[in-house]
Design a protein around this ligand. Structure first.
Ligand SMILES: [Ca+2]
Ligand SMILES: [Ca+2]
Length: 227
């Protein structure tokens, strides 16, 4: 039993905070009580709950998060983006947590990434997370654009030019596509979202659900031919 969510926008979800049942107060978007949960190339926006505004991970649950952007989560009194009980299994890579009341609860114990060469680093705009991946960014503004139609079937937070999340993942392979379904090329027969987002000729993965493509932000002007 498990839940797999990919290439999706999960927005404005909240729990029943006035319910007399405390089980209804955790995990505004997903409460993973004890199952498997994979979340890839997706965005969680404006989620709220008393505890675990976006995600709450229960004891014995197994959660894998890759290429995800979590923004604008609210909670009180717990952490907003990700909260959990002790001893759960949660692995996070190539992801952005920003503009949440607090990104990680004090009992969120990230599992060290051991899935091959390079580790999937993450970016948190506060100091609340312990990602266990060397090179992760803390207290850094990811420079996100507004939630908007940037191509593909769902809205995304684009990385603005100069964002510290562009071309920083040391991981060789970070997924097939970004949330939009866009990809940079084919590497050794496998489609990869990685694209050269800063124009320096070196192809690296971005953090979060949105991969900057070389064609993003180009302005096509109509040609006017004068006699
Ligand atoms: Ca580059
Ligand atoms: Ca890139």
């Amino acid at each position: 039993m498990g839940l797999e969510v990919t290439n999706s926008l999960l927005i404005n979800n909240r729990t029943l905070d006035r319910s007399p049942n405390p089980a209804n107060h955790k995990g505004g978007t997903v409460l993973n009580a004890s199952g498997y949960f994979w979340l890839t190339s997706s965005t969680i926006s404006q989620s709220s709950s008393k505890i675990g505004g976006a995600l709450f991970l229960g004891a014995g649950s197994k959660t894998h998060i890759n290429g995800v952007t979590i923004v604008g989560s609210k909670s009180f009194p717990g952490a907003a983006a990700i909260d959990a009980v002790d001893y759960q299994y949660v692995q996070i890579s190539n992801s952005i947590l920003a503009d949440n009341r607090m990104n990680c609860g004090p009992t969120v114990d990230f599992y060290e990434y051991t899935g091959g060469p390079g580790q999937g680093i993450n970016l948190s705009d506060d100091e609340s997370c312990d990602f266990k991946t060397e090179g992760s960014l803390y207290g850094v503004d990811p420079m996100l654009g507004p939630l908007a139609n940037n191509g593909g079937p769902t809205r995304t937070y684009a990385l603005l030019p100069g964002s510290p999340a562009i071309d920083v993942s040391p991981q060789k392979y970070c997924g097939w596509t970004d949330q939009r379904g866009f990809y940079g090329g084919v590497v050794e027969g496998v489609r990869s979202r990685a694209a050269d987002g800063n124009g320096d000729g070196i192809v690296l993965c971005d953090l979060g659900a949105y991969e900057v493509m070389p064609s993003d932000g180009m302005l096509y002007l109509p040609i006017t031919i004068r006699p």
